[in-house]
Each structure stands twice: as structure tokens, then as C-alpha cells.
Design a protein around this ligand. Sequence first.
Ligand code: PXG
Length: 456
Amino acid sequence: MLDVTPMPAAIVAATDLAHHLHPFADMKELAAGGIRVMTRGEGVYVHDAEGKRYLDAFAGLWCVNVGYGRREIADAVFAQMNELPYYNTFFATTTTPTAQLAAKICSHAGPDINRVFFTCSGSEANDTWLRMARVYWATRGRPERKIVISRHNAYHGSTVAGASLGGMKHMHEQGDLPIPGIVHIGQPYWYGEGGDLDPAAFGLLRARELEDKILELGPDRVAAFVAEPIQGVGGVIVPPETYWPEIQRICRKYDVLLALDEVITGFGRLGSWFGYQHFGLEPDFCVVAKGLSSGYLPIAGVLVSDRVADVLVAETGAFHHGFTYSGHPVAAAAALANLKIIEDERLVERVHDDIGPYFAAALGSLGDHIMVGEVATTGLLGAVQLVLDKEKRQRFSRPADIGMIIRNFCFMRGVIVRAAADRILISPAFTISRSEIDVVVATLREVMDYVAAELS
Ligand code: PXG
């Protein structure tokens, strides 16, 4: 056995803080506040080194969709490691799990998507389709179709292209982003930005910003529009019903490629294999990551529509793009085992027919709370909008603080949720039980009761 010498948690934390730069972290703050060592997980629970157990209502980072401790995935990984731990997919070679995984993904993707390009992360997958979209247009003799339209408050990753496609101001402020050729329009966040309009009218207004932007730039210069079907990091923003049909209409009218970033919504979270099936959309690219392997190993990719792939395959020649670990056989084996669990246990159907509706009703019951402005859910993705004055839809002056307070109190009570400004986000494993959902909702209510009483 490999000697990972056991260490007391305090030593692990000190060693980590001395040598490990964390993502999205103020390292000084982290050092002052301390760091928790997580040690193991089973089902929807994780444990820390002090022996405390948490109900993880966030599936790690929106990804452990089949829950922790799945022996089938570990066994598949072990077997593939012994058989062939690595081989590349560059020089006219492939491996069995890689080929099988590509076919398996396509079997759920619908008739118009039959190819996958593999990457290691969602960020790389966004870089990939961006280059591919420009190559597609160049191949078709339209090299001036280069610009990509995205949205404010979108999240598409942390690479230079991913962060540029994203619409996070604090990310753009670091490292001179966005890069040229990427522009942003408004998001369909009715509660926060809808003003006096009803949701339907606001959804149309925000969708038509896409048309306005295309006309402003000139349709001949626009390559693609990119969006998450439901923004995740941005706050689980479920768009008004009018939004997506109008976006689809506009993309078709101006022949603008539609790239959907389904890193969070892919593989069942919305109660359909892909979010575009839930919303009835026909994307040209679909970015997947997290749920593809339920986070057990890093693997991601871009599903490419026939419309684009047929041109690439027949006319482009080589697409000069790829990663050492594109289609990594061990990660592919993990993903195959994960998808087999989702199929065998009918987890997509479970989210759609059973636990999703239960989750919607349970979380929705918080709508009567004095601190709650709206509850938005689709499948097993949910958000609770915190609000200072419910009637006036008046938000807290420091939204990030109130979200973090609620999140931290839940954490102390053994329930893990995420805060995005003044929205509390929930994205549990598809295997979560009704009684576990009840615990999450009861904890949130208890914490909000306490905070509301303190505030008044
Ligand atoms: N697109 C979307 C929609 C995502 O949610 C990415 C792309 C990037 O994927 P990678 O694999 O490169 O991380 C993501 C990732 C958070 C958090 O704080 C969310 C993500 C990543 C890190 C933190 O909620 N989402």
C-alpha cells in the first residue's frame, strides 16, 4: 500500500496552508479562519477529520450526482488502471472505454448529436468549442464570423477563454479580461433585475438583447451565443418561460451557433439527460463535465451537433487542438461506470418523476418565510432568494454577507449548501432521500428564523 502517512488534522491543515494555493481563495483570510480537512464520504454525507458528519446538499461542487462511496466506479477505475492506465488519442489510436463512452453519451443526446470531443475540465471544453466554432465558420468560407455573445453573471470556467466567456466582473478585473471577440448581454434574472415587468415580458426583453447585439455587431461577424440553460454559479437563475424559445428563434434567424454550457445541468440534474431536452432546444455545442463522472475523476467534453461535426469531418482537415488527457481511459472507465449507475437506477427518471417534484414542494414551502423572496427549482437544482423586504422586493444592502451568514450557520448545523450573493443554492446527489431533503429544508428554516429574529 502507498504510504500516505496519517497526520493529525491540525498538521494537515497547517501543511496545506503552507504549500497549497487554493482556487478562488483569499489565502490570508483562509489562514486566519482555518481550514477543514474532509476525510471520507458515503451516500450524501461527508465526514471531516474531527469526526463530524455533514449532509452535503451541494454534491461536492455540483457534481457528485450518484453520491459518495460508489464501489462500482472504484472497481472500474482499478481494473482499467491495471489493464491500460494511459494511452493517447492523438496518433490514430484510441482505447476501448474512450470509444464506448463517446457512444454512450451520444446515445442519450438525441438524433442530431453524434460526436464528442473530450477534455479534462469544463473550462477546457469551453475553450474547445470556441475554437471549433471559429474553425467551422472559416471552413465554410466565413472567417469573419468570430464574435461570441455571452451574458453577464455567466460562469464558463477559469481559463483565459472560459473566464472571458463568463460574465463575472471580479474575474474580468484580474488578468485583463475579457479577451477581444467576446461580448456580453443581460441575464434573465427576473427577481433581481425585472423591475415592474412581469416575468414573461422580462424574459422576452432579455432574449431580444441578443437580437439587438447581433444587429449592432452585424450578423456576419457573430459566430455563436453561449449560455447555461440555468445559470449555476450566478445563482441558479431559472429563466422565465418566454426566454429560451425566443433565444432559439433568434439564433436560427441569424444563423448564429448555439453553445449550451451544461457542466451543471448535464446528465440528469434537471430531470432530463441534458438541459436542452428539458427546454426543447437544439444546440450546436453542449459542454459537459462534472456529472459525466460524478466528479470521481476529471473528465469533460463538448458534444458537437451533426451540422458542425459534418463540416469539420468532411472539410476542415485536422483541428489542431487537444489535450494529453483527452479521452483518458481511466477517467472514461469511471464515467462509463457512473452512467451505468444512472441508467440502472433510473436516476434521471427519479429526478423527473419523484425526488425532483418532492424537492420542489419541500424547498418551495420556504416561500412563506419572511426572509424569502422567491424559491426557484428545476429537477434537483434549487435556489432560495433572501430578501430584506418581501413586499417591496427589496434586497439586503450587502447581499454577499447575508448569503454567507445563512450558509455558515447551515454548515455549523451539519448541512452544506452554497451561497451566491443573496441566493442559497442547493444541488444534491440524485440519490438523496425525502427525509434527507426534509432535513435540509428544516435546517434552512431554522437558520433563517434565527437570523431574522437577530436582524429584527
Ligand atoms: N461551466 C459551468 C457552467 C460551470 O459551472 C465550468 C464551466 C468550468 O468547469 P471546470 O471543470 O473547469 O471547473 C463550471 C464549473 C462554484 C464553482 O463555486 C463552480 C464551478 C467551478 C468551481 C467553483 O460554485 N463550476
